[in-house]
Design a binder for this molecule. Structure first.
Ligand SMILES: Cc1cc2nc3c(=O)[nH]c(=O)nc-3n(C[C@H](O)[C@H](O)[C@H](O)COP(=O)(O)OP(=O)(O)OC[C@H]3O[C@@H](n4cnc5c(N)ncnc54)[C@H](O)[C@@H]3O)c2cc1C
Length: 460
C-alpha cells in the first residue's frame, strides 16, 4: 500500500513528488509514467533519415519524465491572466504564490542564470493599445529547452535519491478502481494500491482521462479548442519586444466577428517543431537559452478560440478534424508564405526556396486556405496586419505560416476547491484536469495537491 500514487510524470506529477520529497520524505510514493525516463526520450526525427513524424506508439516529445514540458521552451509564465484557471479554484493570491514557489525550485535546480522578464511598467502596453492590441500582464522565466532539461535532470536526481519514491516508466496505467480506504491502479498484468491518488496525465492522457471519468461516473464539461497557425519571421522584426519581454501575449479583437486572436508561445531565435497528439501531427515551437543553438528566426502562434456547447459539444473533435485535414493534404504540417496566402495561391517548393525566411521545420509547402475555416483565417490575417503596426515587417510576403497549430484542452473534470473529485483522495491536476494549460499552472497544481494530501495524512 503506497501512501500516494501519482499517474504521469509531467510537471504536475513531478512537482507533487518533489513537494513530498522535501516536506514528507517518509511517505511512500509511486509514480507511474507511460513514457521513457528523461535520458531515453528521443524523437526519431533527425532531419536526415527521418524527416517528419512517424507516429511512434508513445511520443517522446509528449511523454516520459518531464511530460509534454520536457523539450518545451521552458517558459514559466507567472500570471493568472493566461495558462489556466487554477486561480478560480484556489484563489488568485495562492495561485501566484505557488507559481513563484515553483520558480524558486527551478532556479535552485539549475535555472539560476536564466532571465525573469516582466511586462510591468512596459512602454509596449501603450503602443499596443494605440494599435487596437492588448498586451497581457505576466512575468516569465525563460529556462529554454536546454536549461529546462538540466532542471529536470537535477530534480530527477533528487527524487530518485529518496528510497521512498519509486518510478515506474513505460507503464501506462489502464484503470483506477475505488477500493476500501483508497484506490487500486491497474497496469500491464499487475496492480498497486494507494491511500491517495493524483492523476496528472496531461494532454497525451486526454482520451484515457475520459474513460476514467466515464468508468467512475465523474462529471466532465467540454472545453474550448484553439486553432490557428505558427508564424515564423526574421527575429529582428520582433527583437524590440522579445529583448525586453521575451514573450508577449497580445490579444486582438477582429473587426467583423469580434473574435479574439492572440499570440501564443513566442520563441525568439527559436525553431518550429512537429507535435503529435494522439496520432495527429500539428505544429509547435521552442527555443534554446544557449547562444550556439539560436536561429535567426522568431516564431509564435496566432490562435483563435472556439468553444462548442450545444448541440455539438466536441470542441477537440472539431480541432482534430481540421488538423487531420492538414495531415491529409500535406502528410503532416503545411507551410505557406503570407504573400501566397494573400494572393490565394499555394506555396510550392520553388516559392518556398526563394523565400528570404529560411524555414526551421521541414513542412509541406501548400495552401492553408484549404484547411482553416474562413472565419479563423480572416482573423489571423487581420491580426498579422495589426501586429505589422507594432512590429513592421510582420505582414511581409515571406513571413511563413505553418498549419495547423491546435491547442487541445482537456475536458474540465468536476473538481472541488482541493482539486479533488467526488471520491475523497482522488485528485486530478495539471492539463489532464482541464484546469491548467501551462507549465507554471500545472506545476503549481501539483504542489497545491501535495500539500493538501500531507495535511490530510497527518490528521490521522
Ligand atoms: C512542444 C511543446 C512546447 C511547450 N512549451 C511550453 C512553454 O514554453 N510554456 C508553457 O507554459 N507550456 C508549454 N507547453 C505546454 C506544457 O508542456 C504543458 O502545459 C505541461 O507540460 C502540462 O503538464 P502536465 O503535468 O499537466 O502534463 P504533461 O506534461 O502532458 O505530462 C503528463 C504525463 O502523463 C503521462 N501519461 C499520460 N497518460 C498516462 C497513463 N495512462 N499512465 C501513465 N502515464 C500517463 C504522459 O506520458 C506524460 O508524461 C508546451 C508543450 C509542448 C508539447
Amino acid at each position: 500500500m503506497y501512501d500516494v500514487i501519482i499517474i504521469g510524470a509531467g510537471p504536475g506529477g513531478i512537482f507533487s513528488a518533489y513537494e513530498f520529497s522535501q516536506k514528507r520524505p517518509d511517505l511512500k510514493v509511486a509514480v507511474f509514467e507511460m513514457g521513457n525516463p528523461l535520458e531515453k526520450r528521443k524523437c526519431p526525427i533527425d532531419g536526415k533519415k527521418v524527416k517528419s513524424c512517424i507516429r511512434c506508439k508513445s511520443c517522446d516529445i509528449m511523454s516520459g519524465f518531464g511530460g509534454a514540458g520536457a523539450f518545451s521552451d521552458g517558459k514559466y509564465n507567472i500570471t493568472n491572466d493566461f495558462g489556466g484557471t487554477l486561480h478560480e479554484y484556489i484563489g488568485k493570491d495562492q495561485a501566484l504564490e505557488l507559481m513563484q514557489y515553483v520558480d524558486r525550485i527551478n532556479v535552485e535546480n539549475g535555472g539560476e542564470n536564466t532571465h525573469l522578464y516582466s511586462t510591468a511598467g512596459s512602454e509596449f502596453k501603450k503602443i499596443c493599445i494605440q494599435n487596437k492590441l492588448n498586451l497581457l500582464d505576466a512575468s516569465v522565466r525563460h529556462l529554454g529547452t536546454d536549461i529546462n532539461y538540466i532542471v529536470l535532470e537535477n530534480i530527477y536526481k533528487k527524487l530518485s535519491a529518496n528510497p521512498n519514491i519509486e518510478f515506474f516508466f513505460n507503464t501506462p496505467v489502464k484503470s483506477i478502481e475505488v477500493i476500501e480506504n483508497g484506490y487500486r491502479i491497474h497496469y500491464g498484468d499487475g496492480f498497486s494500491d494507494c491511500k491517495k491518488c493524483i492523476v496528472s496525465v496531461g494532454r497525451s492522457g486526454s482520451k484515457w482521462m475520459e474513460t476514467v471519468c466515464d468508468d467512475l461516473d465523474i462529471h466532465t464539461k467540454s472545453n474550448r479548442v484553439d486553432l490557428g497557425v505558427r508564424v515564423e519571421l526574421p527575429s529582428v522584426i520582433f527583437s524590440h519586444l522579445t529583448d525586453k519581454l521575451y514573450e508577449s501575449k497580445i490579444v486582438y479583437r477582429t473587426k467583423k466577428f469580434e473574435d479574439r486572436v492572440r499570440t501564443f508561445c513566442m520563441n525568439p531565435n527559436g525553431i518550429v517543431v512537429n507535435e503529435n497528439t494522439n496520432g495527429i501531427v500539428t505544429v509547435n515551437g521552442h527555443s534554446f537559452e544557449g547562444e550556439d543553438k539560436k536561429t535567426e528566426n522568431t516564431n509564435f502562434a496566432l490562435l483563435v478560440a472556439k468553444h462548442f456547447s450545444e448541440p455539438f459539444e466536441d470542441s477537440n473533435g472539431y480541432g482534430e478534424s481540421i488538423a487531420m485535414l492538414s495531415n491529409m493534404l500535406g502528410g503532416g504540417v503545411i507551410v505557406q508564405r503570407f504573400g501566397d496566402l494573400e494572393r490565394g495561391r499555394r506555396t510550392n517548393k520553388k516559392r518556398l526556396e526563394e523565400s528570404t525566411v529560411r524555414p526551421t521545420l521541414q513542412a509541406t509547402p501548400g495552401d492553408l486556405s484549404l484547411v482553416l475555416p474562413k472565419r479563423i483565417l480572416d482573423g489571423i490575417i487581420e491580426m498579422i496586419y495589426a501586429l505589422d503596426k507594432i512590429a513592421p515587417g510582420t505582414a511581409n510576403n515571406d513571413t511563413l505560416l505553418y498549419g495547423v497549430e491546435v491547442k487541445f484542452y482537456n475536458m474540465e473534470v468536476d473538481l472541488d476547491e482541493n482539486l479533488e473529485t467526488k471520491y475523497k483522495g482522488l485528485y486530478v491536476i495539471g492539463d489532464g484536469s482541464g484546469v491548467t494549460h501551462s507549465l507554471s499552472h500545472a506545476s503549481a497544481s501539483g504542489v497545491y495537491v501535495a500539500r493538501d494530501i500531507m495535511e490530510k495524512l497527518s490528521e490521522r
